[in-house]
Each structure stands twice: as C-alpha cells, then as structure tokens.
Design a protein around this ligand. Structure first.
Ligand SMILES: Cc1ncc(COP(=O)(O)O)c(C=O)c1O
Length: 380
C-alpha cells in the first residue's frame, strides 16, 4: 500500500539519542541525561491526590470538547496573575499538550500549501507537523546577534500565511521582550500572516517574566502546556487561547479530532495550578542548574553559548570543535557517558555545528555531567 508524500517527515533525532543512551545503560554504563527536554520531577502531589479522589468519585468519561469549564476558568485566571491580562475563559481551549494545540491551530488557520514561518533553530516538530498536514514550513535562519529569535526583516517578502514563534525558545532558551514581541506581531499582521505564540516554557524564566503575545494583541493564537512548568509531560494536557470568533471553529475540529482532552489529566492539571510551592521548588533547581551550566560549560571548552532567559536548555555553537554534531554527540555519549542532543534536530542547515544541553535533571546530575564533559574535552 502506498503512503502519502506528506507523511514523509524526519525522525526526532533526540529520540535516537535517548535510545542510544538507553542501550548504553542496558549494557551497564551510567549515563547523565542532558538530552531530554523534560523535568525529572513528576506531577505535583496535589495533582495526584485530586486524581485519586476523582477516580473514586466517578467514571471519568468524555468531557466537553473544549475542556472542563473549571479548568478553562482557572487557566484564564493565570493570565491575570502572570500577565495582568483580563482573559475571558470562553477563549481558552484545553488540548492534548501543546502538540494537540498545534494540530488544532494549524488546521483552524491554514489551507493546504500555506506557508508558515518558523525560526531556525527551533523546536523540530513544528516543521514536521506542518509538513504532515500538507503545509509548507519556511525556515527563517536567526542570528546570534538577535539571540536566535526571528525579527521582522527575516520574513519580509516571504509571502507567509502564518508565523510561529516560541519565547522562551527551544533549543536556546532565549526570550522576546515586549518590544520585540510587539514588532513581530505587528509585522505579521501587516502582511496578513496569522501569529502563533508557543509559550510552553512560560513560568520557567530566570531574570525577567516572559511576555505573552496576549500582552500585545488579542488577534493571536497562544499555545501552552502543562508539560514543563507544571511538570506533567506524560499527562498530555495543554491549552490554547484563540480570538473569540475562532472558538467555534476550533471546537468543531476538536470534537471530531480528539472528542476531548484526557479527562484524568484535566482533573490533575486543575489541581497542579495551585501547587505553587512545589512548582517554585522545581524552578529553584533549574535556576541552580543554569548557574552551574553557565559557569561549567565554558570551563569545559564550550565557549559559544547564548545565556538562556528561560526554559532549561543551553545551545552551544561547536563549529570550532566539529562539523558533524551527530558524530560528536555520539562520541560524548560513548566516551564521557553524557547524552546531549545534536543541533540537527533544531536547524537542518547549521545544526551540524551545534549541540543542545538540557539541565532539567537534578543538580547532582548536572554537576556530574559537567565534570564528565570537562574531562572529555580536556582529553580530546
Ligand atoms: C517548544 C516546544 N513546544 C512544544 C512542545 C511539545 O510539548 P507538549 O508536551 O505540551 O506536547 C515542546 C516539547 O518539548 C517544546 O519544546
């Protein structure tokens, strides 16, 4: 049987690294995981308790397609708390993670063949999901001078129907400030491109609070998730905020594509939103780890890094060390016992000279990983 051309998407290379790390562990090696982009912690205790209670009380059948009303209301309240934005809960749509949000957003906004700009380096699945839906991802190479975030000049003349940005970004952790966000939203709207803001790393920020696209305009799609700050990757829960006149469009798609987001995860997510102490304790660990990384990576010889404003990644330019980041990452795993991600996932053109280091695990792990990296680099 034939398969479609649009299903011919690239694999997620970090998954291959994870598999290589697993195989090394199965063979008895001890591996420090700096490849995975997920918290080492689980869901907040309050989330687990709330779910236990809900399972005792009822069958957890389908919810309405847009999500539990109490969760939508609680998410809307977050926008008041975090951004001083007064958000109508009707505009909040609960999704199966940010990933489910992308599927709904891309289907709601674009027609086959539409061109959607994405910054390079960027989260790999943007490109693959767009391709899988018959859309055309347009890589916008960003520069270190712009801290690896797109600027309006990068897409002038590109005939885009959409622009997708992430702040803090994966793999760099860099953020757009209010001015930069406003320029991008304005420039996209000027050329009739729908603006999508991936805000999945909000809450994990170190110096300044991240700016939401909703601080700038109501005529945008915002996508967020319980995976990162709320430490609930496997629960597959996230949300979108869309313009009021798009809610029914997305609702019809959500009803048919997903019926509803996972009920159990919605119950847990609602409770997680009030687990502030536990979530802030996780953040304290990331903050300590970040400081260790910013000190330890240059000492080990990874000099060209963009200090991250948020998320839990450091992106390093290793062009002085290799032009084959995949082979270099494999050597680091093999010789140092540290799993890191080659940049090719994030930037198919320049990523053969970059690596991403994640510091989402425990501080002891990060300290040990940095020691191993230094020994590896000293002995190269
Ligand atoms: C920038 C970015 N967006 C979206 C996702 C997908 O997240 P989710 O688990 O909510 O589907 C990830 C996952 O790592 C990510 O890094």
């Amino acid at each position: 049987m034939r398969t479609s051309r649009r299903s011919d998407v690239d694999p997620f290379i970090v998954m291959d690294v994870m598999e290589a790390a697993r195989a090394a562990e199965a063979a008895g090696r001890h591996v420090i995981h700096m490849e995975v982009g997920q918290p080492g912690t689980g869901a907040p205790q309050a989330a687990i308790r709330a779910l236990g209670q809900a399972m005792d009380e009822g069958p957890l059948g389908y919810t309405v397609a847009l999500g539990l009303p109490a969760l939508r209301a609680r998410i809307a309240r977050l926008y008041g708390d975090w951004y001083d934005v007064d958000l109508n809960p009707d505009r909040v749509i609960v999704t199966s993670g940010a990933s489910g949000g992308f599927i709904l957003a891309f289907n709601a906004l674009f027609d086959s063949g539409d061109r959607v700009g994405i910054g390079a380096p960027g989260y790999p699945s943007y490109r693959q999901i767009l391709t899988g839906l018959g859309l055309t991802p347009v890589d916008l190479p960003t520069s270190a001078a712009n801290r690896y975030q797109p600027v309006p000049d990068d897409f002038a003349g590109h005939d885009l129907q959409g622009l997708l940005v992430a702040s803090p970004a994966n793999p760099t952790g860099t953020m757009l400030d209010h001015t930069a966000m406003a320029h991008l939203v304005g420039a996209a709207q000027d050329v009739g491109a729908s603006f999508i803001s991936d805000e999945i790393y909000h809450g994990i920020e170190y110096e300044a609070k991240a700016v939401s696209a909703l601080n700038v305009s109501d005529d945008v799609y915002v996508i967020n998730s319980f995976s990162k700050y709320f430490s609930m990757t496997g629960w597959r829960a996230g949300w979108m905020v869309v313009p009021k006149d798009h809610v029914r469009v997305v609702e019809r798609l959500a009803q048919n594509m997903f019926i509803c987001p996972p009920h159990a995860s919605q119950v847990a997510a609602l409770a997680a939103m009030d687990a502030t102490d536990e979530l802030q304790a996780n953040l304290d660990v990331y903050r300590t780890n970040r400081a260790l990384m910013l000190e330890g990576l240059p000492k080990a010889g990874f000099m060209r890094i963009a200090p991250p404003d948020g998320a839990f990644y450091v992106y390093a330019d290793v062009s002085e060390l290799t032009d084959d980041s995949r082979a270099f990452a494999a050597r680091i795993l093999d010789e140092a016992g540290v799993a890191v991600t080659p940049g090719l996932d994030f930037d198919p053109v320049r990523g053969h000279q970059t690596l991403r280091f994640s510091y989402a695990r425990t501080t002891d792990d990060i300290a040990e990983g940095l020691r191993r990296l230094k020994t590896f680099m000293d002995g190269r």
